[in-house]
Design a protein around this ligand. Structure first.
Ligand code: PFF
Length: 453
């Protein structure tokens, strides 16, 4: 019997809706929390340059490829591969995406929980009167008492599930449209305050002056992984969203605009963070806590910083939400379309199981430090394995699928809206998905594990 869940799938309502929803997925903690901390650990300028090369050479085309697969097939990530290449094992790529969604959302919700704690601390004026060391201590104390972090994480997951339950158009599009532009304005204001701090120049140099002596295989893999994580590519989130895009929308311009906006926000986050890191004597290689111990210092140096910090952390939590819903949607669309579960049951089953793993990630950072393998705690393992293994490997297979499995005529028809749009760069795109992207990803993998180089 046909699965009734496949007929009424819903969809985005407008051109701006798709850009807002995909940008909502891309822009999140990856830009404002992860980019500065990973750039800080990997030497700054050279990392940024390699990260930008990965976005331009691979990222944009991969985003477009995910949109193409999803909109062509009108299915979840797993079902899309099954429909386009029936009787082949390609559906495993979609399945891997579902696994990656579990991994990512488990630690993503940990960090989103930290953000919510900082919303609370902002309201409670908890940063007032603290020195840079005091602010660091405050974060560490909070982590040590991880039940608090767990509670925020659970609250965050309930909000995520609630929005996913409301469905694509009502739930996802509405929030993203309004709030992402406001976030951009707040970050710009933060940048202005940061670069007028004494000693700001050192931070700008760190971010923009490449020192290639610091580059090695690890740095390159980090830069590639960060590009994938930040653009939400490699696991089918954008295949799933692609399946909700109207046949009239321009996929290429959407991919370019979203990638550009995402990259801009990450760089601006760097411009806001690094001058402050140097001005307040914080170690740029501090790790995942970098942003949480740096930003409150800036707020304390701003007129109206109390209100500003509330506003900022609320919006950061919302940015995290518009990303986390896209991750959960991968799992929910899979359950609904492939197993026939209702949207409601699918959402709760996915959310509860992800939260269970997520709580372990949070505890591994504080109360239960023995949740580690070889010195890497569960949180770090999830972060590492998603950005540096699952997403690049998934991306590698997706470009191979588009480049070598789908018929070029079908790809062209989908990107050109059945011939209605001109595609002057289609050849370049084909060269990227067939050769440049797969070879580059494979080389980065081999180089980083020391097989070549
Ligand atoms: N791109 C999101 C961010 O930068 O915060 C995180 C993310 C969302 C990663 C969706 C992967 C994904 F599929």
């Amino acid at each position: 019997m046909a699965n009734p869940n496949l007929s009424d799938r819903g969809g985005f309502g407008s051109k701006f809706g798709i850009i807002a929803a995909a940008a909502g997925s891309a822009i999140g903690l990856g830009n404002i929390w992860r980019f500065p901390y990973v750039a800080g650990q990997n030497g700054g300028g050279a990392f940024l340059l390699i990260n930008l090369a990965c976005i331009v050479l691979i990222g944009i085309s991969l985003m477009l490829s995910e949109f193409v697969i999803g909109r062509r097939a009108q299915r979840n990530a797993y079902g899309s591969f099954k429909k386009i290449a029936p009787g082949t094992p390609w559906y495993l790529v979609g399945f891997m995406g579902v696994v990656a969604a579990f991994v990512i959302l488990s630690f993503y919700s940990t960090v989103a929980g930290w953000t919510m704690e900082y919303v609370y601390q902002s309201f409670a004026n908890g940063f007032a009167g603290k020195s840079p060391d005091g602010l660091k201590f405050m974060f560490e104390e909070f982590m040590g008492d991880s039940w608090r972090a767990v509670i925020w994480q659970v609250v965050f997951m309930i909000l995520t599930a609630g929005i996913v339950l409301a469905g694509v158009k009502k739930g996802i599009e509405k929030y993203a449209k309004l709030l992402m532009p406001i976030l951009l304005v707040l970050i710009l204001i933060l940048c202005i305050r940061a670069i007028t701090l004494p000693g700001a120049v050192d931070g700008l140099e760190f971010l923009f002056k490449p020192d290639f002596s610091k580059v090695n295989g690890r740095v390159i893999l980090e830069a590639l992984g960060q590009a994938f994580f930040s653009l939400s590519i490699g696991m089918g989130a954008l295949i799933t969203y692609g399946s909700y895009i109207s046949k009239k929308d321009n996929l290429t311009s959407s991919a370019v605009i979203v990638s550009f906006a995402d990259t801009l926000i990450a760089i601006l986050a760097g411009v806001a963070i690094f001058p402050a890191v140097f001005a307040f004597g914080i170690n740029p290689a501090e790790g995942p806590e970098l942003v949480f111990i740096t930003l409150p210092n800036i707020f304390l140096q701003m007129p109206g910083g109390y209100y500003f910090s509330i506003f900022f952390f609320v919006l950061l939590a919302v940015a995290a939400l518009t990303s986390s819903i896209s991750v959960l949607e991968v799992v929910v669309a899979y359950f609904v379309e492939e197993t026939g579960l209702s949207r409601k049951n699918a959402t709760w089953i996915a959310a509860v199981s992800i939260t269970a793993i997520g709580v372990l990630c949070t505890l591994s950072q504080g109360l239960v430090p023995w949740l580690n393998i070889g010195g890497m705690n569960l949180f770090d393992i999830m972060d590492f394995s998603s950005a540096k293994i699952l997403l690049p490997f998934g991306g590698f297979l997706i470009v191979l699928f588009i480049g070598w499995v789908m018929k070029p005529a079908d790809v062209r028809a989908e990107i050109s809206n059945d011939g209605k749009l001109k595609l002057p760069l289609f050849k370049v795109y084909l060269i990227i998905v067939r050769f440049v992207a797969p070879v580059a990803i494979a080389l980065v993998f081999l180089y980083s594990i020391g097989v070549i180089g």
